[in-house]
Design a protein around this ligand. Structure first.
Ligand code: UT7
Length: 316
């Protein structure tokens, strides 16, 4: 049977940093409130002339380099994003063009903060089916473009960035299992409604506290589902690479897994919530600093707008 495994990782963050102190001069908030409620200290923000495909390109080049492949080896591109440069073409096709590798299939996946897990699961299934051998899977967001910077209960959370992995066919599993879910009953708790007035920007509307509670319970359930599907115990997991929404959500999932926080890859303090980019960004950082090593069992999980949620269990 054909499996897929991560050959290499890469990430990229825009240069501009927005600190909590800077937010204090934009909305009625404090560094103390933001840090104690979310764990966030700062986040990166795109420049005016920088777009999701630019972030995706830099993360992809880093992933290609760390995988020891060339861009021409790639035969599938999937980009998870909520903030494409344009309504169309997709970021994946723009990225393909920037990489100079026209021809292979390239498409975006929209599952908001769960997007990377959805994209990884899709690429894994392409490879298992024999339809691809070397997939570039990216999570990239310029989320700051859809934030209402006057809404203090919301704008303090988000950041921009990109992460990427190269997924290659292998005779050993790499990706052990993936689990995806969605429930549109929760549409209005976290969404970007279309404004009737075209001059008004479409921005994120979120019932933060209600989302928080559903997120914690749902992530508990996906942890149970993933372990049960593989006949594994909590102690079999070496690392948790969670979607970085709020440190308190990460702590709740770690508690569910009886896991110390030093086994949880935390980037929310420096990146904020980068939506679909947060998991591949966190994975790359932990691979680069050699916490996550070849052979380690890594659980990735995410929850986001829709609601959508999912997990991927991998042997790195
Ligand atoms: O990425 C996937 C999905 N998203 C999430 O998972 C996000 C989940 N939600 C959250 O992370 C949290 O709900 C937030 C960080 C968004 C909000 O934290 P909270 O502890 O749920 O606060 P809250 O909305 O219940 O508000 C508590 C109080 C309110 O004041 P009163 O009514 O108690 O007087 C808010 O007005 O805090 C106030 N508040 C703020 N105060 C200072 C809300 N935002 C701020 C702020 N600074 N930035």
């Amino acid at each position: 049977m054909i499996h897929s495994r991560i050959a290499g990782t890469g990430s990229y963050l825009p240069k501009k940093i927005l600190t909590n102190a800077a937010l204090e001069s934009m909305v009625d908030t404090t560094d103390e409130w933001i840090f104690s409620r979310t764990g966030i200290r700062e986040r990166h923000i795109v420049a005016d002339d920088e777009f999701t495909s630019d972030l995706a390109l830099q993360a992809s080049l880093n992933a290609i380099k760390s995988s020891g492949i060339t861009a021409h080896d790639i035969d599938l591109i999937i980009v998870a994003t909520t903030t494409p440069d344009k309504i169309f073409p997709s970021v994946a096709v723009m990225l393909q063009n920037k990489l100079g590798i026209a021809g292979c299939p390239a498409f975006d996946i929209q599952a908001v903060c769960s997007g990377f897990v959805y994209a990884l699961a899709t690429a894994d299934n392409f490879i298992k089916a024999g339809a691809a051998q070397c997939a570039l899977v990216v999570g990239a967001e310029a989320f700051s473009r859809i934030v209402d910077w006057t809404d203090r209960g919301n704008c303090i959370l988000w950041g921009d960035g990109a992460g990427a992995v190269v997924l290659q066919a292998s005779d050993q599993p790499g990706i052990i299992s993936t689990h995806l879910h969605a429930d549109g009953n929760y549409e209005k708790m976290l969404h970007v409604p279309r404004q009737a007035d075209a001059k008004v920007k479409d921005t994120v509307v979120m019932e933060g506290n209600a989302v928080f509670k559903v997120a914690v319970n749902t992530l508990d359930a996906i942890v149970d589902e993933t372990l049960a599907a593989n006949g594994m115990q909590k102690s079999d997991i070496d690392w948790l690479v969670p979607h970085q929404a709020n440190i308190r959500i990460l702590q709740a999932t770690a508690k569910k897994l009886d896991m110390n926080m030093d086994k949880v890859i935390v980037t929310v303090d420096k990146h904020g919530n980068t939506s679909a980019a947060s998991i591949p960004l966190a994975l790359d950082i932990a691979v680069q600093d050699r916490r996550i090593k070849r052979g380690d069992i890594v659980l990735m999980e995410a929850f986001g707008g829709g609601f959508t949620w999912g997990s991927a269990l991998i042997r790195y």
